[in-house]
Write a new protein. Structure first.
Length: 201
């Protein structure tokens, strides 16, 4: 079974406070031009996307600096709706793609989505770095909730990529699955991505 973990991109897609909104303009009308075409103006951090070290670190890698193999791997989904204690006892292996289920995917179009979520504790980020996970993703807008983005910097400095604005994570808790998190081939600090999980049991 394939489960889509990505949000849709429309002009109503929420953006991080201060970021420019999505704009979709008509460039070709089928009845008039013989083809349908659109111009999409979108930030690199809109919707489901992946952050590279370049996002926060001087001289950091861009997404295009990574091989495709980096964006595919065994997934582990941890339910952190009641806190992060279960993270410390979970079976996490090197190169895993760790997904944190906050239960916020359902709140994506609500104001509190960008305000009332839990940040990843520094101690938990240290654990994931020690485990050498490949990526950390969540159904929130950020692993940080405050100024200066310390968790971003902590993870990216250790070459742990970050996936934000996931959805449907509740369907993965307790399941065995692989993750395919393929960003657009932009040589930039981040890129929108189509992220899916393939159940393996």
């Amino acid at each position: 079974m394939i489960i889509d973990l990505s949000v849709s991109i429309t002009e109503k897609t929420p953006v991080y406070p201060g970021d420019p909104p999505v704009k979709i303009e008509t460039a070709g009308v089928l009845e008039r031009d013989g083809y349908c075409d659109h111009v999409v103006t979108i930030g690199t951090h809109v919707g489901t996307h992946i952050d590279a070290p370049m996002h926060m670190l001087a001289g950091g890698k861009a997404l295009a600096d990574y091989p495709l193999e980096r964006f595919v791997g065994r997934g582990v989904c941890i339910d952190v709706r009641s806190g992060f204690d279960s993270l410390y006892t979970a079976t996490i292996q090197k190169d895993d793609i760790l997904l944190l289920y906050h239960g916020y995917g359902e709140k994506y179009h609500r104001r509190e989505y960008f305000q009332e979520y839990s940040a990843l504790p520094p101690k938990a980020a240290d654990l994931l770095i020690e485990k050498h996970v490949s990526m950390v993703g969540s159904d929130t807008c950020s692993p940080d909730n405050g100024a200066d983005f310390p968790i971003h910097r902590q993870l990216l400095a250790a070459d742990v990529l970050i996936i934000e604005n996931l959805t449907n994570l509740g369907r993965l808790v307790g399941k065995s699955f692989n993750v395919f998190a393929l960003p657009l081939a932009l040589i930039q600090d981040a890129a929108p991505a189509r992220v899916i999980a393939q159940l393996t049991e």
